[in-house]
Design a binder for this molecule. Structure first.
Ligand code: UDP
Ligand code: MG
Length: 328
């Protein structure tokens, strides 16, 4: 299908857009989020929406709050995972069940302003396949979080072949073609931003300033952030393992040169080189280096193991009642 035909299809038929919202312990904010979202989307004409909430095994009252929303809003559908599988798995679950012509993913804490949805849909209707909302600034976020986020994007862009725009978080619109492409990618260690950037198509960017969280605290613990960063690095690039082999060549060459020097000294110098200190030094450096190398190989092996197990990425414990799509 040509670009023009694709755009015409989007304009001819009434578009349906699914909004996927992963929620983990968001009882304090979910009601406000829903109100703000609904007031924004009801201003958008020619598009029918459904809102897919994915409860990521919350331990607070998020699920019952969502069920209350589902009971009053025909557009809302609530899915719930059997435990906390993590943000990326919850998003993947939502993407797999979304039925709209396009899907928008956004956070539940109002850090992703619903007011951008209109512009995202306009870009999509104008022929763009993927529309990213890119955070230019975040209000009220700690220096550690901003700094670590900057460092993270710098690192991933330095080593990965897939460019990732700094500030492009999991707030984007995906048209049908990228959605299908994404669904065909079964990998377990998911870094969706990287995967979406990788699949190509026509991608556009809209800037925004993120507000501080509307209520509650961040659900991304440092551990979860580190896990995500590791997934981003190791699932996207074989470069670290190659760097290690290149560094290995350099270290071996230096070691060889040093050995030649030691042998030469043995013949040229009347005193035998005591050598103990340098031996220990070399052993330490090489020992450390080998440990790092083993660790990196282990990272990839662990991933091969995870992929080979082929476990499902998430398990639903609740799905909405099957019913006709709401169209208004
Ligand atoms: N989230 C999730 N599972 C998790 C952690 C977070 O579904 O294990 C959701 C969370 O409810 C929110 C979004 O992912 O809708 C982003 O999380 P958060 O706002 O805590 O991250 P931050 O904005 O602090 O990076
Ligand atoms: Mg947040």
């Amino acid at each position: 299908m040509s670009d023009v035909e694709r755009i015409e299809t989007r304009l001819d038929t009434e578009a349906t857009v699914s909004i996927v919202v992963p929620c983990y312990n968001e009882e304090e904010v979910i009601g406000t989020f829903h109100q703000r979202l609904v007031s924004e989307i009801s201003r958008i004409s020619d598009v029918s929406f459904d809102i897919l909430f994915v409860d990521d095994g919350s331990s607070d009252e998020t699920l019952s709050a969502l069920e209350a929303i589902e009971a009053t809003d025909g557009r809302a559908k609530v899915y719930s995972l059997s435990r906390n599988f993590g943000h990326q798995a919850a998003l993947t679950a939502g993407l797999s069940v979304a039925t709209g012509n396009a899907v928008i993913c956004m956070d539940a804490d109002l850090q992703h302003p619903p007011s951008l949805i209109g512009r995202m849909i306009e870009s999509w209707k104008a022929g763009c396949d993927i529309v990213w909302a890119v955070r230019k600034d975040t209000e009220g976020v700690s220096f550690v979080k901003t700094g670590s986020s900057r460092l993270f994007y710098r690192l991933i862009n330095a080593i990965s072949d897939t460019p990732i725009i700094p500030g492009a978080a999991d707030f984007y619109l995906l048209g049908q073609a990228p959605l299908q492409a994404l669904r065909s990618m079964p990998e377990r260690h998911r870094f969706l931003r990287g995967m979406i950037s990788w699949i190509g198509f026509r991608q556009e960017f809209i800037d925004y300033t993120a507000q501080s969280r509307n209520a509650g605290t961040s659900k991304y613990t440092y551990r979860k952030m580190i896990d995500l960063a590791l997934d981003a690095v190791f699932s996207f690039s074989p470069r670290p393992i190659r760097l290690i082999s290149k560094a290995g060549v350099v270290v071996a060459a230096l070691g060889g040169a040093y050995l030649l020097y030691v042998i030469a000294m043995l013949f040229l110098s009347p005193r035998v080189v005591p050598g103990w200190a340098s031996m220990v030094g070399v052993v330490c450096v090489l020992g450390g280096f080998q440990l790092i190398a083993t660790g990196i190989i282990g990272e990839y092996l662990a991933r091969v193991f995870e992929e080979a197990k082929g476990r499902p990425l998430y398990i639903f414990k609740r799905k909405p009642e099957p019913e006709e799509r709401h169209t208004s």
